[in-house]
Design a protein around this ligand. Structure first.
Ligand SMILES: Cc1ncc(COP(=O)(O)O)c(C=O)c1O
Length: 377
C-alpha cells in the first residue's frame, strides 16, 4: 500500500510531541512512593477555589455545546486588560493559538524565526504549514537574543516568535531590548510574544523584564499570547488567549473549529482571572522554591540560568544518566536531547526538598571526595 501518497510530504519529518512520563509509569521504576511530576511546568497547586466551584456547577450543562464565541470570557478579558473584544482570541490552550496563527498566515516558501532552545511548537507549527524555520541561539543568560533574531529575518520571514520567560531556560528579555527590536523589525513580520509564564516574573528580581502587552496597539502586526495553564493551574481544561489586531482575529476565526473552547474551560477561566491575591501568593511560593533550587545548584557548582518562570534549567554532566537517576528517586523531570540540561518544574515545598536531596546525593563531589579520603585514610 503506497500510504505516502495520502499524506502531505511536509508532515513526514514532523516529530510528534513527546509527553513527559505519567506518574503511574514512574511508580514501576521508582524506589520510593513519593513521586513528583516536574516535567511539564504544571502548577503543583489545584485550580483556584473560585474556579473549582464555577466549573463543578457547569457540569450539568455539558449536554449543550459551548458558546462558540466565548462571549463572556472575551468581554471579561477585554475589560480586564483594557482592550477591545475584537482584539481577543481564545483557544484550546495557547498551543492551539500558535497552530491556528501558523495555519492562517504561513505559506510554502515563508520562514519563521525564533530562539533556540525554546518551545518546540514554533517549529512543528511551521513544518505543518510547510514553511521553513530558523533557530537563533539564546543569549548567555538564557533569554532571547533579539539582535541575533533581527539579523535572522529576511524578506520571506512571516513570523518572529519571542518567548519570555523562555521555555526551557526561564530567561526574560528586557523592556528596552524589546522596544529596540520592535522599532527595527520590518513591517512584513508578524511578531508573536509568547508569555505563558509571565505571571511568575518576580518584579524585585527582574525589574526591567519586558511587559509585552504595553507595546500592543492593535495596529502593527504584533500578537501577545497568554494561558490559563500555568499560574492559573488550569492546564487540564485547555484555555489560552491572546491579543491580536482585529483583522487577524477575524481570519483566525475562519480557520478555527467552531466550538474550540469548552464550556468548563470558559467558566473556569472567568472565575480565575481576577483573583490577584491568589496570584501574588502563588508567585511568592514559586519564587521561594525557585530560589531554593538555584541556591542548591550553585552550591553544587552546577550551572543554571537566572529563571523567572516556574522551572529551572540546570546543566549536568550527563543528562540521560541524571534523568534516569532522578526517576529512580521518584522525580520526573525533562531532559533535552543534544544539550546536557534538565528542565525541572518548581513543585511544592516537598517536591523542591526532594529535588535538592536527590541532587545533593548525585552531584555533591565534596561528599564523594570526603568518602574517598576516609577510605584512603
Ligand atoms: C512557552 C509556552 N507557550 C505555550 C505553551 C502552551 O500552553 P497551553 O497550550 O497549555 O496554553 C506552553 C506549554 O508548556 C509553553 O511552555
Amino acid at each position: 500500500m503506497a500510504w505516502n501518497a495520502f499524506f502531505r510530504s511536509n508532515i513526514e519529518p514532523v516529530m510528534a510531541y513527546q509527553p513527559g512520563l505519567r506518574t503511574e509509569q514512574i511508580r514501576e521504576i521508582a524506589v520510593t512512593d513519593e513521586v513528583h511530576k516536574l516535567s511539564s511546568n504544571e502548577s503543583p497547586l489545584p485550580p483556584f477555589p473560585s474556579a473549582l466551584a464555577a466549573m463543578a456547577e457547569k457540569l450539568v450543562a455539558l449536554n449543550e455545546y459551548p458558546d462558540g464565541s466565548s462571549h463572556d470570557l472575551t468581554q471579561l478579558l477585554a475589560w480586564h486588560y483594557d482592550r477591545t473584544p475584537e482584539q481577543i482570541i481564545i483557544g484550546n490552550g495557547s498551543n492551539e493559538l500558535l497552530d491556528l496563527i501558523a495555519e492562517t498566515c504561513l505559506q510554502p516558501g515563508d520562514n519563521v524565526v525564533y530562539g533556540w532552545p525554546s518551545f518546540v511548537v514554533y517549529q512543528s507549527s511551521a513544518m505543518i504549514a510547510d514553511a521553513e524555520f530558523r533557530q537563533v541561539p539564546l543569549s548567555s543568560d538564557g533569554s532571547y537574543d533579539l539582535k541575533a533574531l533581527l539579523a535572522a529575518i529576511d524578506e520571506r520571514t512571516k513570523i518572529a516568535f519571542i518567548c519570555t520567560p523562555n521555555n526551557p531556560t526561564g530567561g526574560v528579555v528586557s523592556q528596552d531590548a524589546l522596544k529596540r527590536f520592535l522599532d527595527a523589525v520590518p513591517p512584513h513580520v508578524l511578531v508573536i510574544m509568547d508569555v505563558a509564564y509571565e505571571e511568575f516574573i518576580d518584579e524585585a528580581q527582574a525589574p526591567d523584564a519586558a511587559k509585552p502587552l504595553a507595546f500592543f496597539d492593535g495596529k502593527r502586526p504584533y500578537v501577545v499570547l497568554k494561558t490559563f495553564s500555568k499560574m492559573y493551574a488550569l492546564a487540564g481544561i485547555r484555555c489560552g488567549f491572546g491579543f491580536a489586531p482585529a483583522i487577524l482575529v477575524e481570519m483566525v476565526n475562519k480557520v478555527r473549529e467552531p466550538f474550540n473552547v469548552n464550556t468548563v474551560a470558559q467558566v473556569g477561566a472567568i472565575a480565575s482571572l481576577e483573583d490577584a491575591e491568589e496570584i501574588a501568593r502563588r508567585r511568592a511560593l514559586n519564587t521561594e522554591g525557585r530560589s531554593r533550587l538555584q541556591a542548591c545548584f550553585a552550591e553544587l557548582g552546577l550551572r543554571s540560568y537566572p529563571s523567572q518562570a516556574n522551572f529551572v534549567w540546570v546543566e549536568v554532566p550527563d543528562a540521560a544518566t541524571s534523568f534516569e537517576a532522578l526517576l529512580k528517586r521518584g522525580l520526573i523531570v525533562r531532559p533535552f536531547a543534544g544539550a546536557n540540561g534538565l528542565r525541572i518544574t518548581v513543585g511544592d515545598e516537598a517536591a523542591v526538598t526532594a529535588v535538592i536531596a536527590a541532587f545533593e546525593e548525585l552531584f555533591d563531589w565534596r561528599q564523594e571526595e570526603a568518602r574517598v579520603e576516609s577510605w584512603r585514610g
